[in-house]
Write a protein that binds this ligand. Structure first.
Ligand code: FES
Ligand SMILES: [Fe+2]
Length: 445
């Protein structure tokens, strides 16, 4: 981000006293804009942009397969070692810099596709004698061998997610990492959700859109009525009724939380949205320990204008496996996810320019009452960008090889193959479910 862009972005964010653990009640009206004096920054969030990210789901990281992605433009891979532990490695072979895309995994050891260097779980090259004539390389062969070592990031698997600790400085020895923000702060279980009690469906979606804009979209309560009003199966969510709420915002050291209550007191709560830095949004209704459903959205900043979202929908209902199979709940839920994300994408791809509101001028936007969550997010983002400068870790220019930028764009809505495959499954299962009873009837008569 250039100095000029940063200044322009700063002009959108407002300064304040940074009080901790405060709760505010806001009686919103959509017709009034927020006065600048009423806004305080959410700079009391301790987590920044560098830290623990849910980079992929456990299901997506299959044994024996290399999962490639990137973080803030840095190409990375994930794989499982011989003990099935996840490993996150810089996608660059330390011999001659090839990517591991197209490489192999044998007994959990990574093999480079260029000259066959093979790496142990710890990242050491185990077959250096195969790729070099030691007497030609150096008289000090052992020292040379030590340098052929994978560069890695800490990685943990918890509750069906693979988390990586991303700080832009991969190391050959994981023990050298200083981790100054605990993974516990990111886990939804630390906020009172008892996820083992739930079943869940999940999809991964890639956007050619700005990472921060996608998070904003998920914090934006108003758009769901208009953009998704005809898709979300909830009678309270409709294009014909744009509802404003009484809003209660809590800003704590680990999260910003906004609770939206209907203005008609007897209708109670509409929804609660939490932002947990650096990239998690949680949406649910009611008390954390008893909520019927919980939606967890993880945002992965792949590259400039490239982001991946993992959406997981936990539910306390429809837990019977046979029944959910019969009604094709999974496929229908995936279809709904893809539809909702396609609707978001229509907006997001046009909003994108850079990762930090590059095109928005101060006088071009007016935030409304319901946008206060978005404002607090901007304030946090502004502080975190200044502190962590993640986009400066792996800057790109017109000469940057773009292969890695587009390679991970695997999932709808950018690539609709999975969406189509899901629809095909639905139609096939539907036909089968119709044919079986017809067949039985025919046999009987
Ligand atoms: S570049 Fe990987 S083995 Fe040579
Ligand atoms: Fe949306």
């Amino acid at each position: 981000m250039s100095e000029e862009e940063l200044n322009r972005f700063n002009s959108l964010s407002l300064s304040g006293d940074g009080r901790n653990n405060e709760t505010e009640n806001i009686n919103n009206t959509n017709s009034s804009t927020l006065s600048q004096e009423s806004l305080q920054p959410s700079n009391q969030l301790e987590g920044g942009l560098l830290g623990w990210y849910a980079a992929c789901s456990s299901k997506s990281l299959r044994t024996g397969q290399i999962y490639n992605f990137s973080m803030y433009n840095e190409p990375l891979i994930l794989y499982r070692d011989k003990d099935d532990n996840p490993r996150c490695v810089k996608d660059l072979c330390p011999h001659r810099g090839a990517s591991f895309i197209g490489g192999d995994l044998e007994d959990g050891e990574l093999i480079c596709p260029y000259h066959g260097a093979r790496y142990s779980s710890k990242g050491e090259c185990t077959n250096i004698d195969r790729i070099t004539c030691s007497h030609i390389v150096d008289t000090n062969y052992k020292n040379y061998a030590k340098k052929i070592h994978l560069s890695q990031y800490p990685c943990k698997e918890k509750n069906g997610y693979i988390y990586i600790y991303y700080n832009g400085k991969s190391k050959t020895d994981l023990a050298e990492f200083e981790i100054n923000y605990s993974l516990e702060n990111t886990l939804v279980e630390s906020y009172g959700f008892n996820t083992p009690e739930y079943k869940y469906e999940e999809v991964t979606v890639d956007f050619k859109a700005d990472w921060a804009r996608i998070i904003e979209n998920h914090l934006d309560i108003l758009h769901i009525f208009w953009v998704h009003g005809e898709t979300i199966p909830d009678k309270d969510v409709s294009r014909n009724v744009i509802t404003s709420f009484n809003q209660k915002i809590k800003r704590e050291s680990r999260q910003i939380e906004s609770k939206y209550n209907h203005k008609e007191i007897d209708k109670g709560e509409f929804i609660t949205i939490k932002f947990i830095p650096p990239g998690r949004v949680v949406i649910y209704k009611g008390d954390e320990s008893t909520a019927r459903y919980v939606q967890v959205l993880d945002h992965i900043p792949l590259a400039e204008n490239r982001a991946r979202v993992i959406v997981r929908h936990y539910r306390k209902f429809l837990k019977n496996k046979i029944f959910t199979n019969l009604v094709m709940f999974k496929e229908l839920q995936h279809r709904l996810f893809y539809k909702v994300f396609s609707e978001d994408y229509m907006i997001l791809k046009t909003q994108s320019f850079n990762q930090q509101m590059g095109y928005i001028e101060k006088d071009n936007v007016k935030l409304l009452g319901e946008d206060k969550m978005v404002q607090y997010y901007w304030d946090w983002l502004n502080n975190a960008l200044k502190r962590d400068k993640p986009w400066q870790l792996n800057p790109t220019d017109s000469h940057t090889n773009k292969v890695h930028r587009d390679m991970p764009m695997l999932y709808p809505p950018e690539n609709s193959t999975l969406d189509r495959a899901n629809n095909r499954d639905i139609y096939l299962k539907l036909i089968l479910r119709l044919l079986v009873p017809i067949g039985i009837v025919l046999i009987i008569i």
